[in-house]
Structures are given as C-alpha cells and as structure tokens.
Design a protein around this ligand. Structure first.
Ligand code: BTN
Length: 246
C-alpha cells in the first residue's frame, strides 16, 4: 500500500481526490495524503477538522477481490491496523468503538471513512479514508469538540513524528489486508474484539432515524454489531452511530 503515492499541501478532501483517481483507473494501493484539508469529510455526512501539518489525513484506493457484502469488514480491519501502528510508534493502548472509531480515554483520536463503488456482484473500488489526530493542540479543536476529541500529542504530552507513524500505518494496514485476503475475517475479528471498548457495554445505536438501546454483545462474522435489548431481542447493525452508556 502506498504506491503510487500522491502528496498534496492542501486539498478539499483526500477521499474525493482518491475517488477521482480511482475512477480514472488508479491501482490498488494508491495513496493520497494531504497536509491539510479544507473540507474534510466525516461519517454520516459530518465534517472532519483537518488543520495543516497536525494530522495524518490519508486515503487509500483498494480494489478487493470480494463481494460487496464483505466490504464493511474492511473498515474494522482499518481500525485494527491504525491501533497497531499507534501502539508500535507511541506505546499508547487505544480502544476501538464500533465500527471503527479509535478512542483514548473515551475521546476520539482517529476516524475512518470508507466510500465505495460496487455493483451487484462486483466491487469496483473502496476508498479508505483515515483521519488521525497526531499533533493537534487543544486550540486546534472547536470548543464543542473538547469533550469528544483528542490527539496523540494531547494524550502523550509530546509531539509525535508523523513520518514513522505513517510508515507504520501503511505497514500494518498492508499486513492486516494480506491476512484478511488469505484467512478471511476471523483473525481480524479476533484482534478487533481485543481492542473493543464497545462489547459488553450498554449502548445507544442511532441508525437512520431509528434509536435503539441495549447491551452490545458481539460482532458477527460480517462485522455487524449485535445488540440485545431490554426485552432480550437481538438486533444487528450494519451501520450506525454508537454512544457508550456505562
Ligand atoms: C469519521 O467521521 O469518524 C471519519 C473521519 C474520516 C476523516 C478522514 S481524513 C482523510 C479522509 N479524507 C476525508 O475527507 N475524510 C477522511
């Protein structure tokens, strides 16, 4: 992963740049990195704060040879890869909130946005967008984000060099991707579950205009979240926003 590598000072969104490149035939593994983004995109239609020089704002073009229904697994895989890289470079143990938010002390350190083009049976491409808050200071965040978001620098108290982190990130993502291609989702799921801060917890899941509360029990073989409601009925979620209760 990371070949070819496109580096920009500033773009609107690296995901958009990667998407355009994918439409023009960019190969599996192509990467787009920008120092800053002017309109970074987040999940569920939200934005993503991306100040210049302070984070890793990265998008990868993937062309997995799998059916579209297996694609949600990729974003869980990405979270596992990011957690491995953070651990290797900084020693920090992070938690993963379903599906793929990376948290430290309950605050968000990294978000992942996957966008794809798939037809009925075939996957054309997947854009894996990773936004890792590396050296953001508290004043880089808007005030409303203070209780919700953090950076590696804020967690560790020191400035983290971005290049080794980026190298480690590509290395671990590639490693997990190869495992996933060879052995499927089972080992990824294992590792995801180890880092999970969701399972066993009381959660609120907002999916579309539905809100469901219950206990997060497990993720299934496709990466969907299983939540048990008060009446013991099980619900499966493919997407959604999870809020941890207790
Ligand atoms: C989330 O909402 O949790 C996902 C945030 C993803 C942000 C990254 S930054 C690089 C890439 N380009 C974008 O516009 N978004 C993703």
């Amino acid at each position: 992963l990371g070949r070819p590598f496109y580096y920009y000072e500033e773009v609107g969104s690296t995901n958009q740049v990667a998407k355009d490149l994918a439409e023009q035939g960019a190969p599996h593994g192509a990467a787009v990195l920008a120092e800053g983004q002017t309109s970074g995109r987040g999940r569920l239609g939200r934005g993503w704060l991306s100040p210049a020089g302070k984070g890793i704002w990265l998008s990868l073009v993937l062309r997995p040879r799998v059916a579209p229904w297996q694609l949600p697994q990729l974003s869980l895989l990405a979270a596992v890869g990011v957690a491995s890289a953070i651990k290797e470079i900084t020693g920090l143990e992070v938690g993963i909130k379903w599906p793929n938010d990376i948290l430290s002390r309950g605050k968000k350190l990294c978000g992942i946005l996957t966008e794809m083009r798939a037809e009925v049976e075939i996957t054309q491409y997947v854009i894996l967008g990773i936004g890792l808050n590396v050296n953001l200071d508290i004043e880089d965040f808007t005030r409303d984000l203070w209780p919700l978001a953090t950076s590696l620098k804020l967690e560790l108290g020191w400035e983290v060099p971005r290049l080794p982190l980026l190298q480690s990130l590509l290395y671990h993502l590639e490693g997990w991707y190869q495992i996933w291609e060879k052995e499927g989702f089972v080992p990824v799921r294992e590792s995801w579950k180890k880092a999970s801060v969701t399972l066993g917890r009381l959660v609120k899941v907002e999916a579309g205009n539905e809100v469901y509360e219950g206990r997060a029990i497990d993720i299934d073989g496709e990466g969907r979240l299983l939540v048990e409601g008060a009446d013991h009925t099980l619900r499966r979620f493919t997407y959604g926003e999870v809020t941890l209760r207790i």
